[in-house]
Design a protein. Structure first.
Lengths: 175, 477
């Protein structure tokens, strides 16, 4: 019984120490610079992110939205691979079956290369996916594109595994 | 400085048994606590020692530096004034700042002496790093700070050691009013720049600031920092993604791409009024850069398909397309004359550097070899173009002359991004990834000296170097 209490105490201590160590990596609270003021007329409008217009859970529209899959690209490429074409074909079929569904196509890159180039590359990736869907018969007015370059990675890290997940066209479904 | 790593050895259980010890609960507890302590100390050592061993990350060269003596300044102040937090207080001394500026310029071998104690006929002196100064001392700085009613006066003389002549006699009144948080520091930066200009013929860049982006949980914000790493401040609090800040040569505005309206827009922030002006709402406007005279702005947008270069007036109006090719053209940078631009294009399959006249004529390929050449920046002082070059899978900094000659690699460690020249055409600020975090570093492209500018646990990147103060800020004295 005494032994068990000892072990329990050790586990509790481990949690506390890990917590403390985690905190010690952050800058001390006194050093946080308050965000500077921006002139009220220029305050960023809190526009709704298009993806926020989600369908009610369990609805047919949500089921359809869940079937839309992202497309992945090779390093420094925007050409669609055979796998990407298969994915886009499935996505296009979902779009054809759901005429009310619209897509925001986000282009993304991995962290390699410079930000300016990656903004341009991610833009091409989003457009390559859009062009495929348009060629498949989806009305272009249902598709919008935006490039995020390397600015919004899905996975953090500097490994090929992380990079390959970040080179994508991400589809945000709007009903 | 190498990071300190504490090593503790913990006896393995097998080893313990071999020594006839039974791992009872208290032994386990002991080992456990030793382990916890080790982990905690390892993390603490990591947090306390952000300095990274730089050995082998840059290509070093031996370069002549002007030997100079800096004497302690005479400071005349009443006890109350001495504690004024705005003007050199808390043990901070003006000559310390001057010595640091001169050292950061990489153009001087600095010797410190007490007032009037330098003996030119004596033994060869040692510099502030302890190295023997073998060449004759060229000049000596003698300074004085004194209070004159409400103002602090900085007086400094630069004396030629060969002739004994005064080659610079400077007197500045330091005002409390004005936009500068620390006018005293700024006055010393400007003195350092004048000394640099008199003794080396090239302008110094101590009285400059560097704009950059810092990533936080809420977004990427614009920050400013003085060239010596002090006076770091956040400029924006937009809570969104910002990309590619670029100074207007006046130092009054900074242009960048912002996602605060959802879709990216190109805006310019006026630093004094804090107002944002929209330069372009064309699709994916990026990589804005003002011309050297400040009248035009070059940027890329995907308005007509893929990313193409455009040149517009500084307010973004009258945009005219510069490149016509169905591949990516971006990351433009002006030549010092404003007549040409260098930019990145992947029209031959991989990113390479190209040159083009500002009217869209005379397209010319500049780099041919390597998998990736990108992020060019044209030296404001000449013909050298610093850029990022992929070598062996790593992103390094390299130089190339505008004629295509003189290619030279600057770094060997990899992880380099977005090099931007200082106004002296000698130093380069860039983002370097070390231990998974980007921070800003300043490299002397001539000697290979490297120093860290920012040391934040949050990514700091995308730097831009302002023009020197003497070109943009009114004289204060």
């Amino acid at each position: 019984m005494r032994t068990r209490t000892l072990y329990m105490g050790m586990i509790a201590a481990l949690i506390v120490v890990v917590g403390l160590v985690g905190c010690s990596k952050k800058p001390p609270p006194g050093e946080i610079i308050p965000p500077p003021e921006v002139t009220p007329s220029e305050m960023p409008q809190t526009e709704r992110v298009p993806g926020d217009e989600t369908a009610p859970p369990g609805s047919a529209a949500e089921d359809a939205a869940l079937q839309i899959e992202d497309v992945f690209y090779e390093f420094d490429k925007y050409a669609l691979t055979a796998r990407a074409r298969d994915t886009l074909t499935r996505d296009a079929d979902v779009l054809l079956a759901n005429p009310g569904m619209r897509l925001l196509i986000e282009g993304h890159c991995d962290e390699r290369g410079t930000r300016e180039y990656n903004l341009a590359l991610a833009d091409r990736r989003a457009r390559a996916s859009r062009d495929f869907l348009v060629a498949y018969g989806i009305d272009a007015s249902r598709l919008e594109t935006i490039s995020y370059g390397e600015e919004r990675p899905f996975v953090l890290g500097s490994t090929e595994s992380a990079w390959s997940k970040n080179r994508r066209a991400h589809f945000v479904v709007r009903q | 400085m190498k990071p300190i790593v504490h090593r503790f050895s913990i006896r393995e259980p097998e080893q313990a048994r071999a020594h006839g010890l039974r791992a009872g609960p208290f032994t386990v507890a002991l080992l456990f606590w030793a382990g916890v302590l080790t982990v905690a100390l390892l993390f603490c050592a990591d947090a306390a020692a952000p300095e990274i061993d730089l050995h082998g990350t840059v290509v070093k060269r031996t370069l002549y530096r002007v030997p100079i003596v800096v004497e302690d300044f005479a400071i005349e102040a009443s006890p109350g004034e001495r504690n004024d937090p705005l003007f050199f207080s808390g043990g901070e001394r003006p000559e310390d700042l001057l010595v640091q500026d001169l050292r950061f310029s990489d153009a001087f071998q600095v010797v410190r002496r007490r007032q009037g104690s330098f003996d030119p006929a004596g033994e060869p002196p040692r510099d502030i790093d302890g190295a023997l100064v073998e060449q004759p001392i060229q000049a000596r700085v003698v300074g004085r700070m004194e209070w004159d009613d409400e103002r602090l006066r900085l007086k400094a003389e630069l004396i030629d050691q060969g002739t004994g002549n005064r080659i610079l006699d400077r007197e500045v009144a330091i005002n409390r009013e004005g936009e500068l948080a620390r006018p005293d520091r700024w006055a010393i930066h400007r003195l350092s720049d004048e000394i640099t200009r008199y003794l080396t013929g090239t302008p110094g860049c101590a009285a400059t600031r560097i704009a950059f982006l810092r990533e936080s949980r809420s977004g990427k914000e614009l920050f400013l920092v003085d060239w010596d790493g002090y006076e770091e401040q956040a400029v924006t609090g937009l809570g969104t993604i910002l990309v590619s800040p670029a100074w207007h040569p006046s130092g009054e505005r900074i242009a960048f791409t912002s996602y605060h309206r959802g879709a990216p827009v190109l805006v310019a922030l006026d630093l004094e009024s804090r107002r944002l002006a929209t330069l372009s709402t064309a699709p994916t406007p990026a990589a804005a850069v003002y011309s050297p005279n400040g009248k035009r702005v070059a940027f890329s947008t995907t308005a007509e398909g893929d990313a193409e270069l455009y040149v517009a007036r500084a307010d973004g109006s009258h945009a005219r397309r510069l490149t016509f090719h169905p591949d990516i053209d971006t990351a433009p940078c002006w030549s010092p004359s404003g007549e040409r631009l260098v930019f990145t294009s992947d029209r031959c399959g991989r990113p390479q550097l190209f040159l083009i006249d500002a009217d869209g004529s005379n397209l010319q390929q500049l780099t041919f070899s390597g998998e990736w050449n990108d992020s060019p920046d044209w030296s404001p002082a000449g013909s050298r173009i610093v850029h990022v070059c992929q070598i062996g899978g790593r992103f390094e900094l390299a130089l190339i002359d505008v004629q295509g000659f003189g290619w030279r690699r600057l770094t060997v460690g990899g992880g380099c991004e977005n090099p931007r020249w200082a106004p002296d055409g000698r130093h380069v600020v860039f983002a370097l990834t070390q231990a998974g975090v980007r921070n800003l570093w300043i490299l002397d492209a001539d000697s290979g000296n490297l120093r860290q500018l920012t040391a934040s646990p949050d990514h700091s990147y995308n730097p831009g170097w302002s023009r020197p103060a003497r070109e943009r800020i009114r004289a204060s004295g």
